[in-house]
Design a protein around this ligand. Structure first.
Ligand code: ASP
Length: 594
């Protein structure tokens, strides 16, 4: 388990030391979250069987009769039991007298992680037995009654953050993994950030939260979509890769400030920062320009930013796409550290070094360099060799220098240099993207750099009809510490221009988008929007190693749900209503026969 920086911040003030070998304290973290971002402390025990949470009891509660519900964290010599809920830990004294034999039996025999309800009195611990490392360490519960609500079988792993377990095991028993401090923190913080976002958008700025369909149809461009069979022969729904078209149609419908915590689906396989289904904070506004969208997002993030982190400074810096590529070798630069790429072609114009001469004689050939400060002190011959090999392996990628920059940073950090402070949050707007890029599979054809609804830069419209590859767009990305966490654009609201781009430049089948084209002709207002990747944002905020750590039930790296085994097979008779049949690959056919 990782111990990111927030943990020490969160636990600051608690006296138990926090470090790699120490289990995080089940302190009053939920209350600290509540206090940090809400004006009122929520009522954690309303409507249910308990009177208090385990972590909230203090000396001020002495003498109170309480009922607590929680999981048995551990037991000491059949005398003490520590009870845990999401709010913290509390010590329960197991009664030893004959008259309470049945209570003793329940509390001593229930296996660890069983769930129990206890009622009793809050008493002070005998002098000298206080535990200053525990927020509830001054008190304990003198139990009168106890009920075993459910017993726990032998666990596949211990519910302790410092006990290492593979991710596959954690995902298989996700409901147990969710009991960990880390997952509790991540999911509760996520919920609070979303709450603040809703507050900012709806209450402070008049946005309307609107749900859009998740059964839609296949549309051109963009990521691969998941298909859903329908009962009509040969007809399929598709799961939307984003609510893009719907949010634009809402603008035509006069719902001029829309937002949604939207689930999106892309059939692209998992990566550390990707999931086949993920969540976006999806936003669209009418009568807005880029500056308006950027200010909105800066205000939104500033407002919802967890208060245990340094407040965000706005406006965020911005950089053009061309500048990002030239100085960082990527369109999502990590600006927490320098090591910029510099063009040193001029210094070599008269060089006699052959390979440099060759490079410079090519059209647009350049010689570029990067200063790895203190590299000579930190990097050994074998590191330089690994950099050389990396460069050779990635030679034909134009983003090579950007990758090399990150590879050098990895090497330096492995040697102990701190280049990318995980507690630092460097936001950056990247703007002026090209409207089109050459298609990967056929560079003679164009594809949208963002999506086909993005408006061209007003200064470049004339180029659309002559040199479309040179047109810049009104697309902007938001980058945080080298990860793209959001992107959007001002949209095309003119049907004719949209038709020209789709049909003539992108060679798409416009019939598939006739509903949108038609809508643009009925008084569509100028509009624009953005989507923030909530999973990626929360992953960076919590310092988690993967977005799977901020999603309650994520898919595995290969897109599987390891807990329920989804996707799963369906018997042929259940496929019949959909008029589809599985054509089994030869090897799996043989496997099935066994
Ligand atoms: N629909 C876009 C996306 O999912 C975001 C936007 O343009 O608003 O990337």
């Amino acid at each position: 388990m990782y111990f990111p920086s927030w943990l020490s911040q969160l636990c600051r003030g608690l006296s138990r030391p926090i470090g790699r070998t120490t289990q995080p304290t089940w302190g009053s973290f939920s209350r600290s979250l509540a206090l940090s971002s809400q004006r009122r402390i929520p009522e954690f025990s309303s409507f249910i069987a308990r009177t208090n949470t385990c972590g909230e009891l203090r000396s001020s509660h002495l003498g109170q009769e309480v009922t607590l519900c929680g999981w048995i964290q551990y037991r000491r010599q059949n005398i003490f039991l520590v009870l845990r809920d999401f709010h913290g830990l509390v010590q329960v004294v197991i009664p030893q007298d004959e008259s309470a034999a049945s209570v003793k039996k329940i509390l001593c025999e229930a296996p660890l992680e069983s769930v129990v309800q206890v009622s009793g009195t809050v008493i002070s611990r005998p002098p000298g037995q206080e535990n200053p490392k525990m927020p509830t360490g001054e008190i304990e519960i003198k139990v009168k009654t106890a009920e075993l609500l459910n017993s726990c079988k032998r666990l596949p792993f211990e519910i302790k953050d410092f006990v290492k377990k593979t991710e596959a095991l954690r995902l298989q028993y996700r409901y147990l993994d969710l009991r960990s401090f880390q997952m509790q923190y991540n999911l509760r913080l996520r919920s609070q950030v979303v709450m603040k976002m809703r507050e900012y958008l709806c209450n402070l700025h008049g946005f309307v939260d609107i749900e859009t369909p998740t059964l839609f149809k296949r549309t051109p461009g963009g990521a691969k979509e998941f298909l859903v069979p329908s009962r009509e022969p040969g007809k399929f729904y598709s799961l939307p890769q984003s609510p893009q078209q719907f949010k634009q149609l809402l603008m035509v419908g006069g719902l001029d400030r829309y937002f949604q915590v939207a689930r999106c689906y892309r059939d692209e396989g998992s990566r550390p920062d990707r999931q086949p289904e993920f969540t976006q904070i999806d936003i669209e506004m009418s009568f807005v320009d880029q500056t308006g969208i950027r200010s909105l997002i800066e205000g939104l993030l500033q407002y919802s930013w967890p208060s245990d982190k340094n407040p965000l400074v706005v406006p965020f810096p911005s950089m053009t796409f061309a500048e990002a590529l030239a100085t960082y070798g990527t369109d999502k630069p990590d600006t927490r550290f320098g090591m910029k790429i510099v063009d040193i072609s001029n210094a070599f114009r008269n060089t006699e070094v052959r390979f440099l001469q060759d490079a410079l004689s090519k059209p647009q050939g350049t010689v570029k360099a990067m200063c790895v400060r203190e590299g000579a002190n930190y990097l050994k011959r074998k590191d330089i060799e690994s950099i050389r090999k990396f460069a050779a392996d990635h030679f034909n990628e134009c983003s090579l220098l950007g990758k090399l920059r990150l590879a050098c940073a990895d090497l330096l950090e492995m040697k102990g240099m701190v280049l990318r402070d995980p507690a630092q949050f460097s936001f950056l707007w990247v703007v002026d993207f090209p409207l089109f890029l050459p298609k990967e599979e056929n560079p003679m054809e164009l594809e949208s750099a963002h999506h086909p609804f993005t408006a061209p830069h007003p200064g470049d419209i004339h180029l659309l009809y002559t040199e479309p590859e040179k047109v810049r767009s009104q697309h902007y990305d938001l980058v945080l510490n080298g990860t793209e966490i959001g992107g959007g654009s001002i949209r095309i609201h003119d049907a004719e221009l949209q038709h020209y781009i789709l049909a003539t430049l992108l060679k798409e089948d416009v019939k598939l988008l006739s509903h949108l084209l038609q809508a643009l002709d009925y008084g569509a207002p100028p509009h624009g929007g953005i989507a923030l990747g909530l999973d990626r944002l929360m992953c960076l905020v919590t310092g988690a190693p993967s977005i799977r750590d901020v999603i309650a039930f994520p898919k595995s790296f290969r897109g599987h749900d390891l807990m329920s085994n989804a996707p799963d097979s369906v018997p042929p008779q259940e496929l019949k209503p959909y008029h589809i049949q599985v054509s089994w690959p030869a090897d799996s056919e043989a496997e099935r026969a066994h």
